[in-house]
Design a protein around this ligand. Structure first.
Ligand code: 5GP
Length: 115
């Protein structure tokens, strides 16, 4: 078993976080170092180390995860003006926690391309 990451400890409430949404499949909470007025992380309760793990993941689990990400974005009031979903993967992607997480970023005009 890989070592537990900070996100497993957050899901298990061993480390406090500001919850936005939770059900049986996902936990959504505010990023501790927000990069936009709204910056929320959504993690599935099933661990995947990173985006590449989705290649062999159960399609229903992936679909539920994506559906929850969209629902959380709606709940945050971001649908009208828009938002960005980011999955950082690996070193070049600057992934810093080895537990898959969707960043929901919004609440301001975002730039493109990303740095
Ligand atoms: P990554 O760089 O891996 O895509 O994103 C990891 C994110 O987790 C970063 O945006 C970072 O600010 C956030 N993060 C790291 N540790 C904590 C924590 O203890 N609590 C919360 N709420 N966010 C964290």
């Amino acid at each position: 078993m890989p070592e537990r990451t900070i996100f497993e400890k957050i899901i298990d409430k061993e480390i406090p976080s500001e919850a936005v949404f939770e059900d049986d499949s996902v936990y959504a909470f505010r990023d501790i170092n927000p990069q936009a007025p709204v910056h929320v992380l959504v993690v599935p309760k099933t661990r995947f180390t990173g985006f590449a793990d989705l290649k062999s993941a159960d399609a229903q689990v992936i679909g539920t995860f994506m559906q929850r990400v969209a629902r959380v974005a709606e709940q945050l009031g971001l649908e009208k003006e828009g938002y960005r979903i980011v999955f950082n993967h690996g070193r070049h992607g600057q992934q810093s926690v080895d537990y898959i997480h969707a960043h929901i970023l919004g609440g301001r005009q975002l730039g493109w391309p990303p740095g």
